[in-house]
Design a protein. Sequence first.
Length: 226
Amino acid sequence: MKSQVLTFGQSQAPILILDDFSGALQEIRALGKSLAPFPAERTTRYPGLRRLLLPSDPAGFGYVARTVEACVPFIGEVFGFKGFSLQEASFSMVTTAPESLLSGQKAPHFDQTHPGYLAVLHYLSDTPGSGTAFYRHRATGIEQVTEGNRDAYSAIRQSETEQATHGYMSGSTSFFERTGFIEGVADRLIIYQGNLLHSGIIPEDMVFSEDPLIGRLTGNIFVRGQ
C-alpha cells in the first residue's frame, strides 16, 4: 500500500490517497457480483444503483469492517481525529446515461456540512478517464460548504441550476472552477471531507452497465470523526 496526501484550492483541505489498498480487488468485485442486482438509489441524487452494506449482511459488512480498520491510522494522522463512527456504507454503480441526468446531478455537490464527516471512496473497477474532481464555486469562492455559508451558497445556486452544464461534470464551467482531481485507479482508496464540493468524473464513453464485473463499481463509506 502506498500513501500520499494532496491539497487543492484555497482551502488546502487534505485528500488522502491509498494505492494498492486491498490487494484483493477480484474478490471484492466478486462479492459485489454476489450481491447484485443493486437497487436504484432513491434517497439521494446519486446517478445509479446503491447496495447498502449492513451488519445483517456478514460478507458485505466484513468488507466494510476490514476497510475501515485499515484506514484507522491514516485518518488519525491526516485528519487529526482520535476516533470515528461509521455512518453508512454501500457498493455503488453509476448507471445513468448523461442525457438522462437531472439538473441537480450535473453539478458538484457536498455530502454534509460537518467538518468531521469523511467520505471513504474505494475505486473497484478499471474505468479509464474516471475519478473524482473538486471545485470552487465562482460566485461565492466556496470550496467547503459549512453551516455558516450553506444558506448563501444555496441561495445563489438556485439561480444557476437552470443553466447547469450538459451531462456529467468534467472540468471547469462558468459557475464552478475545478481545483483538482483524483484519477479513479482500480484499488485506489481516497478519503476527503464530505463538505468539499466534488463530483464524479464520468467519461462519456463509459459503459453504464449494472453488472459489478463490467460497470463502474465503487465502495462508498462515510464516517464521522471525533
